[in-house]
Design a protein around this ligand. Structure first.
Ligand code: NAD
Ligand code: UD1
Length: 340
């Protein structure tokens, strides 16, 4: 298939591009590079030995998007582009609603004009909100989220479901990622958050490489096995493979839009992840326990049964592999990607 991958220079998008190329698909990337670097796409090209056209513009530029669709005749779209920083979305809600919703509307309009009928969307476990029973199951209602970022995912899922119901032949997979971590085993591509990272794995990786002094553990008084927060960490290469399986499944889908959890089904605590990373990097990592972070839930993990049954997909990589691959990427690229 000839695939438009939006946000293909980003963390999930770059790993997904590589997986698609390795399985014989052609990929064209649109990315505005606001939260990513051109080098990510160049490294995907060198790892795959294939060319990946990168078009640097904001998806909300409907004229350029239309011209691209007219030229390329896509068979499918994977829509990973979006702003994703939770705290930032609380401070700048209009930027998040504007970017994430309007770019999705632009993609949908171009798909309709050029009769493209397959769409895979990057959603998030954040749509389960604070009160969903565990493990999270796709049919849980109502969806809700605790941040403007999360609300954009809830709203876009609804928009995509309505549009798919109205447009004959359109099929949409809503992939709800849990906590993607890790990197390609080559160490050539990985997660390179701009500015101060908020998520646990990039913070641990920066402590390990000496870019940060210590990890702050947000709360050790949760009702969990060791008192620290538990999450469903999933290797980014498993997430990438989930996109391939979803793409292959779209034509067989009975419902116009369907949600799938991409998680492992197991929870790992902050201290367990830290210990696994210490094993991977071979030295102890200093940390302090500090008060809970507002908005955090004690524990969260997926029921991955639907993706297993319907997509034939399941996560195959464990916590040790996630940490070893993150460490390889971070130690080989201590400052992330070069500017060019
Ligand atoms: P990322 O920031 O690394 O990649 C997103 C890319 O989209 C960036 O390169 C950014 O510059 C680009 N982009 C944003 N708005 C754009 C626009 N209007 N036009 C063109 N390009 C634009 O993020 P990621 O971790 O790869 O996440 C990809 C998707 O998955 C996002 O939608 C995110 O919300 C979702 N998601 C990520 C996680 C996670 O932990 N990484 C978890 C759940 C869901
Ligand atoms: C967060 C977002 C979620 C988003 C996801 C992936 C919130 C409330 N949720 O999820 O919407 O989809 O990132 O981008 O922000 N932790 C520490 N110290 C740190 C960082 C984290 O102890 O420096 C702990 C947290 O308290 C949590 C766990 O590590 O228990 C995982 O945190 P994080 O990686 O930020 O992911 P989530 O909170 O699950």
């Amino acid at each position: 298939m000839r695939i438009l991958l939006t946000g293909g220079a980003g963390y999930i998008g770059s790993h997904t591009t590589l997986t698609l190329l390795e399985h014989g698909h052609d990929v064209v990337v649109v990315d505005d590079l606001l939260n990513s670097k051109r080098a990510a796409v160049e490294r995907v090209e060198s790892l795959s030995g294939r060319t990946v056209p990168l078009h640097v513009f904001d998806l909300r530029d409907e004229t350029r998007l239309d011209q691209l669709f007219a030229r390329e005749r896509f068979d499918a779209v994977i829509h990973c582009a979006g702003l994703k920083a939770v705290g930032d979305s609380v401070a700048r809600p209009l930027d998040y609603y504007g970017n994430n919703l309007d770019s999705t509307f632009a993609v949908l309009a171009a798909m309709a004009r050029h009769d493209v009928r397959r769409l895979v969307f990057s959603s998030s476990a954040t749509v389960y909100g604070e009160n969903a029973p565990l493990p999270c199951q796709e049919d849980h209602r109502p969806l809700s989220a605790t941040s403007p970022y999360g609300q954009t995912k809830v709203m876009i899922e609804q928009v995509l479901t309505d549009v798919a119901s109205a447009r004959d032949g359109l099929r949409v997979a809503l992939l709800r990622y849990f906590n993607p971590v890790g990197a390609h085993p080559s160490g050539r591509i990985g997660e390179d958050p701009q500015g101060v990272p908020n998520n646990l794995m990039p913070v641990i990786a920066r402590v390990a490489v000496g870019r940060l002094d210590r990890l702050q553990v947000f709360g050790a008084d949760y009702p969990t096995a060791d008192g620290t927060g538990e999450r469903d960490y999933i290797h980014v290469m498993d997430v990438a493979m989930g996109h391939l399986r979803a793409l292959e499944h779209l034509d067989a889908m009975v419902q116009p839009a369907r949600a799938f959890n991409l998680g492992t089904g197991t929870a790992t605590s902050v201290l367990q992840l830290l210990a696994a990373f210490e094993r991977a990097c071979g030295h102890p990592l200093p940390y302090d326990v500090v008060p809970r972070r507002p908005g955090d839930v004690p524990a969260n993990w997926a029921d991955p049964a639907r993706a297993q049954q319907e997509l034939g997909w399941r996560a195959t990589r464990g916590i040790d592999e996630m940490c070893a691959d993150t460490w390889r990427w971070q130690s080989q690229n201590p400052s992330g990607y070069p500017e060019r």
